[in-house]
Write a protein of this length. Structure first.
Length: 527
């Protein structure tokens, strides 16, 4: 037996590396593509905006923002998720040394750069989309939307009810007032005794304790201010306000996360171009659900890409009536999953509805075979609405007339709904299966967006609609997995919504650069 393999070179053996770093990096290495993109005119708009922040006439020359931005994005693509890891990579990784031309910024400089240039860095997302559009990679024919929960930088123990926050704020106010009085008294005594030093623990002087309580004051006041802002949004009908808020990160909200566990989270939104896989829009808010996010995301897509998508794919959480109507008014075709209670075989029911619309009365046996809702009653879609008379007609010929208008909350939004009732169903042979329980009348509610829902149900029941919708989950959910797992953004590392959105935007930028690199043959000729 020859024994174990001998080392190629001993640790203290002198080794001559090539004279150029360029000779060490393979021709198709990712770092070459990233560097080519950041040195091109395609991303120059955001880079030049960063350059204008610096005063180059005084002080020590700063690192160029082009390479600092490239360093941060390349770190996300290669799994380096913190400024300390990036600092270490600048010393020890050949590809990062090639990218930075052997410049070695420390972790504080890297972290400060991201904070200082947050808005300009988010502008890189728009630059990557413009480049993708010019190269023919980005199509915008179909865009898929979805949301996910990101853990905020704070524990669920920091979530307190409003009454407790107010109680702790009153206590902090009293302590600040007491310590201010004690501090003034100590100052007076020291002036009389010639300025003797404090004899106790230097970390527990009245001044030190006062500053600690003042920090607590500011945190509690910020929490109460965020609670007031949520009350205003709730009054406008956007969401139901919670009687609790985090004192660590007030802009985050207590909600169930991706794993189903309650904690402090943000609701992160993503819009992905189905054909290319590029992220065309991101957003981040404190809403517990996705209702009401459809139109803001479409507007964000238009701001980033300069044009609207032709079609939008989303799950049923995005589909309350106001959003469907606004989508139609914008000329965008919506492919949104129909909620389980609204999902029926439209084609099988179409012929029967036409007979009802023509004034024909169906037999009891035919009505008994018509679809039922989740409550077991005859489905509301089996009734025909006559717009000219503003009434519903049941399959057996009974009229349901308008009786009142009421305001209801639909997925966190206030909607006015019109209620229609029959005069008397007590003699109907299908009373139990249509009205249910001891009720003698059938009730149906309707709002002004019902026509949009009807058109959506018809579209989603067609073979074309089902075929288009199948592309939603693989495209957007796959991109969310990449942004959260590969770039490590399942938990944000910054406090506040602005910092969390910056991290989410950087994950989207890194994702888009990965797509552009994969289509390098189309991108290279135009950069």
């Amino acid at each position: 037996m020859a024994g174990f393999r001998a080392p190629e070179e001993r640790r203290f053996q002198m080794v001559l590396f090539p004279e150029r770093l360029d000779d060490v990096i393979p021709a198709d290495h990712l770092v070459r593509h990233v560097l080519a993109l950041f040195e091109s005119e395609a991303l120059s708009g955001s880079i030049q905006a960063m350059e204008r922040v610096y005063d180059l006439a005084r002080g020590r020359p700063p690192y160029h923002p082009r390479y600092m931005a490239a360093l941060y994005v390349y770190g996300m693509l290669t799994g380096y998720r913190s400024s300390r890891q990036l600092e270490d990579a600048c010393h020890n990784r050949i590809d990062v040394r090639y990218l930075m031309e052997c410049q070695r910024p420390d972790h504080a400089t890297i972290a400060e750069f991201v904070v200082r240039h947050g808005s300009e860095l988010q502008g890189l997302l728009r630059d990557t989309l413009t480049l993708g559009r010019r190269a023919g990679v980005l199509k915008l024919s179909r865009v898929a939307l979805d949301g996910t929960k990101l853990k905020a930088r704070g524990s669920k123990g920091s979530i307190l009810r409003r009454a407790r926050i107010e109680r702790e704020l009153e206590e902090a106010d009293r302590e600040v007032a007491r310590l201010s009085s004690e501090y003034e008294e100590n100052e007076r005594r020291e002036s009389l005794t010639g300025g003797l030093d404090w004899g106790g623990d230097p970390d527990k002087t009245p001044a030190q304790q006062k500053r600690r309580f003042e920090r607590q004051q500011r945190a509690l006041q910020a929490a109460l201010a965020e609670f007031s802002e949520r009350q205003k949004r709730s009054a406008r009908g956007s969401s139901r306000v919670q009687e609790q808020v985090s004192v660590t990160d007030p802009e985050a909200r207590g909600m169930a996360g991706k794993d189903g566990c309650f904690g402090l989270h943000y609701n992160a939104q993503v819009a992905v171009d189905v054909d290319s896989g590029m992220v065309v829009a991101v957003d981040l808010n404190d809403e517990t659900g996705d209702a009401g996010q459809l139109i803001p995301m479409v507007e964000e897509i238009e701001r980033n890409c300069g044009e609207k998508p032709e079609a939008v794919l989303a799950d049923s959480a995005y589909g309350p009536g106001p959003d469907l109507t606004a989508l139609e008014e914008a000329g965008i075709e919506g492919f949104i999953a129909v909620p389980e209670g609204e999902s029926i075989d439209e084609e099988a029911l179409a012929a029967q509805r036409e007979r009802i619309a023509g004034g024909e009365i169906l037999t009891v046996e035919e009505v008994a075979r018509m679809p039922r809702g989740r409550n077991g009653r005859l489905h509301r879609l089996c009734f025909h609405y006559r717009e000219d008379e503003d009434l519903y007609v049941c399959p057996l010929g009974a009229r349901l007339r308008f009786v009142r208008t009421q305001t209801q909350r639909l997925k966190g939004r206030k909607v006015k709904r019109r209620t229609y009732e029959s005069e008397d169903c007590s003699r109907c042979p299908l009373l139990a299966s249509c009205c249910g329980g001891s009720k003698k009348v059938r009730t149906i509610t309707r709002d002004r967006h019902e026509g949009s829902r009807q058109r959506l149900r018809h579209r989603m029941s067609s073979e074309r609609g089902r075929e288009i919708y199948r592309a939603r989950a693989p495209s957007v959910e796959g991109r969310i997995a990449l942004m959260t797992a590969v770039t490590g953004r399942r938990r944000v590392s910054r406090f506040g919504r602005a910092g969390a959105k910056l991290e989410w935007s950087l994950a989207a930028i890194a994702t888009n650069i990965r797509v552009l690199v994969s289509a390098w043959q189309l991108v290279k000729p135009i950069i």
